[in-house]
Design a protein around this ligand. Structure first.
Ligand SMILES: Cc1ncc(COP(=O)(O)O)c(C=O)c1O
Length: 419
């Protein structure tokens, strides 16, 4: 059985720790399932990325969709990060934290008129537009409000990010962005978009990208558009690289942020503008785990199953993308034999699994296990399927921990229903 560990989650005396706290001490208080995050991971990761870009004028906009817990967002904003929000709901969350509107950018392929209005009322830094109709709507809403909307067009560079098709976003066949030639045309239609100021250009070619080449190809294409616009008289203030930096979930060979910066900075320097970056997964994935308790183990037709109290409603990535998350016991028990088992949840779907055919030590009812790399797109994608309560979130900071979101109650779930 392979054990994943790091500076932030590691075994000592056969027990898993998060920073300076044995995870079972936390679970004794919170129960399972529970998301546990390391604050130090978030801080170190932000600093690593930010400093790799130090030779270029830049701002990091943390993509809150990856983990929108208020304490997690605050950890990044306290370090100087801006935020990238994808909806009214995410905007509401960051406004609750009192984040400076000039540190907020709004993304989203299907923004409603209300979302656009709210963004303009909030006076945030920029709205990204992903279609001609959206540009027309932004212009109309801004005109009605008698304001000028700061806009960047999300350009679809038609580059293959070589990632899972569901998280690939920069190909011509994907729903995202505007193609290069149309974008170029819209940027220069001053009369049509009189209540828009085009402040930047944006791309986001996908998520969990594990090589720098797709970024380089896309940035080269986008830089060409940027410079052509400059020659045509439109000087944009910023160039947004989007998110997408891949992380290690299993044995992926990824690139370092230094390699990323070294490959892109020479192209970006020629643009002489501010660079934006919108990382989500890179900032949070390996800063979190999902802990669960074994309910039952069984063997059916020679196949082993470990049934735990966390399911697809808590962490849906394995079910929808066949995503790999490493699974290991909370406590190492060297006397236990190793088996190959599917680790599954209690939800009534065969797609409700956390891992298939995993090499793991035999676990008994009441034992705990942890699903690693669960800090991104975990809790934010959790649901109430089977009327299950969403789990609590715990933030560890050195030898302290705080329950930064408590387990949902059944009253929470019923709160907006009438009969
Ligand atoms: C527009 C945009 N920016 C940033 C991100 C963050 O991507 P990642 O978590 O891969 O860094 C996403 C993710 O879907 C996105 O859609």
């Amino acid at each position: 059985m392979e054990l994943f560990d790091s500076k932030y989650f590691f075994y000592s005396d056969n027990k898993l720790y998060c920073e300076e706290i044995p995870v079972d001490d936390i679970l004794a208080q919170t129960g399972t399932p529970a998301y546990i995050y390391s604050k130090k991971f978030f801080v170190d990761t932000f600093k690593e990325l930010d400093s790799s870009l130090q030779n270029i004028k830049h701002t990091v906009f943390y993509a809150v969709k990856s983990n929108f817990n208020l304490s997690v967002i605050k950890t990044f904003s306290d370090l100087g990060s801006g935020v990238d929000v994808n909806s009214e709901g995410e905007l509401y969350r960051v406004m609750k934290l009192g984040i400076n509107p000039k540190k907020i950018i709004l993304s989203g392929v299907g923004k409603t008129a209300n979302e656009i209005k709210l963004a303009l009322e909030t006076n945030l830094l920029m709205i990204k537009a992903e279609s001609e109709e959206e540009l027309v709507l932004i212009n109309e809403v801004a005109k009605d409000m008698n304001v000028i909307a700061p806009v960047a067009i999300r350009v679809n560079p038609d580059v293959d990010a070589k990632t899972h098709p569901y998280i690939s976003t920069g190909l011509a066949e994907n729903k995202f962005g505007i193609d290069v030639s149309a974008a170029f045309k819209f940027y220069l239609q001053k009369e049509k978009f009189g209540n828009i100021e085009f402040t930047g250009i944006d791309m986001h070619i996908g998520s969990q990208i594990t090589t720098v080449e797709p970024f380089v190809s896309a940035v080269e294409k986008m830089a060409e558009v940027f410079l052509k616009l400059k020659s045509a008289g439109l000087t944009l203030k910023h160039f947004d690289l989007g998110g997408g930096i891949g992380v290690v979930y299993h044995h992926e060979k990824t690139f370092s942020v230094k390699e990323y910066a070294d490959a892109l900075i020479p192209i970006l320097k020629k643009l002489d503008c501010e660079i934006f970056i919108e990382p989500g997964r890179f900032m949070t994935a390996n800063g979190g785990i999902l802990a669960a308790q074994v309910q039952y183990s069984k063997k059916n037709h020679d196949k082993n199953f470990i049934i735990v109290d966390a399911g697809m409603n808590d962490l849906i990535r394995p079910s929808i993308y066949a995503a790999y998350h490493h699974i290991q016991p909370l406590e190492i028990n060297p006397g236990r034999k190793e088996i190959i088992a599917d680790v599954v949840g209690p939800v009534c779907e065969s797609g409700d699994f956390l891992g298939k055919a995993r090499n793991i030590s035999e676990l008994k009812r009441g034992d705990y296990l942890v699903v690693m790399s669960a800090g991104s797109y975990g809790m934010t994608m959790a649901s109430n399927y089977n009327a299950r309560r969403r789990p609590p979130e715990i933030l560890v900071d050195g030898n302290n921990f705080q329950i930064v979101r408590s387990r949902e109650t059944f009253e929470h779930i019923l709160y907006d229903e009438n009969f």
